[in-house]
Design a protein around this ligand. Structure first.
Ligand SMILES: NC(=O)c1ccc[n+]([C@@H]2O[C@H](COP(=O)([O-])OP(=O)(O)OC[C@H]3O[C@@H](n4cnc5c(N)ncnc54)[C@H](OP(=O)(O)O)[C@@H]3O)[C@@H](O)[C@H]2O)c1
Length: 288
């Protein structure tokens, strides 16, 4: 059976995880709000991911909100050895359409306690600031996570939705082990952040690795998929894996069939020509 073991591994601080993770957000209800119609089916997807060798899950207290962390614990606690959960705090969901930053230290402390309870953990392996809060000095939010790490409640700190400047600022306060920004074949606006992660030797977790499904129909992706006998999703993930050794894709799905297909991407090795042709496709790459 093909598993994520075949994708090699990557470090998150002192932890090693297989290089294809799972973004758990999609097993919540529509708009990442509440329970899905088929809760049992959602838990099956999570368990199947682990059977396929996935040992890194990405989640957040904002997914559901709270629902996604509870689903992970319900499906998988007690967690298998070597299983790493990366969750996040710093976004509020007052309703299904809003994702409002709250990076105040008091909120981050309360958010972390909630995640510990829902995930049934005493320490979070990877705790990521979900997004900088424009109304709170960035150093204050990061400083709160540093305090929580010193208190033994966080093993490693990661960032999400940050610029290179913010990554550098945070790294002067506390060791940062990962950055999670939007990045996929069709949107490479965070190319500079990826390059900074490579320089710093830390993991880069591209969210929307499939462009939320939107990149599946790109003509070049379909063409390479046909040539390779692979699917468009597999080509998009194979391109990310080939793009950088620091890349830890976290594709999300609520479907076991799609999950199995996505894990199959680890066996798709693009030729140099295919990799280059995909890279030349019309992505929004910022001028450097
Ligand atoms: N830090 C942040 O601000 C942030 C923002 C967004 C997401 N995230 C994280 O990143 C993870 C990945 O992002 P994402 O799940 O939104 O986007 P994605 O992985 O790019 O795409 C997921 C979408 O593609 C579909 N899909 C998945 N596999 C497929 C396949 N093999 N064939 C066809 N369609 C497929 C899914 O539908 P089905 O369910 O029908 O398969 C879903 O609609 C999330 O789960 C979350 O953990 C983080």
């Amino acid at each position: 059976m093909l598993t994520t073991l075949d994708a090699g591994s990557i470090r998150l601080g002192d932890l090693g995880v297989h290089r294809l993770g799972f973004g758990a957000m999609r097993v919540c209800g529509p708009d990442v709000w509440g329970q899905p119609a088929d809760r049992a089916g959602a838990l099956q997807v999570l368990r199947r991911a682990v059977e396929l060798g996935v040992n890194f899950f990405d989640t957040s207290d904002a997914y559901g909100p709270h629902v996604n962390e509870e689903q992970i614990a319900a499906a998988l606690h007690p967690y298998p050895a070597g299983f790493v959960i990366g969750t996040k705090g710093g976004l509020l969901r007052p309703n299904r359409y809003a994702w409002n930053p709250d990076g105040q230290p008091g909120h981050l402390r309360r958010a972390l306690e909630g995640s510990l309870t829902r995930l049934r953990l005493e320490r979070i392996d990877l705790y990521q600031l979900h997004a900088p809060d424009p109304h709170v000095p960035f150093a204050e939010s990061v400083g709160a996570l540093a305090d929580l790490q010193r208190a033994g409640k966080i093993r490693h700190v990661g960032l999400s939705n940050v610029s290179v400047k913010q990554l550098e600022e945070a790294s002067r306060i506390i060791p940062i082990v990962s950055v999670q920004n939007e990045y996929n074949l069709g949107n490479r606006a965070s190319e500079d952040v990826l390059l900074a992660c490579e320089r710093m030797g830390i993991a880069f977790l591209p969210w929307y690795p499939l462009g939320a499904g939107g990149n599946l129909n790109l003509p070049i992706v379909k063409k390479v998929a046909v040539r390779h006998g692979a699917t468009p999703a597999q080509v998009l993930l194979a391109w990310l894996l080939a793009r950088s050794p620091m890349m830890l894709p976290i594709p999300g799905t609520g479907s076991i069939a799609h999950l199995e297909e996505n894990v199959g991407a680890v066996s798709v090795k693009l030729s140099a020509d295919q990799f280059a042709a995909l890279g030349r496709s019309g992505a929004r790459v910022p001028k450097r």
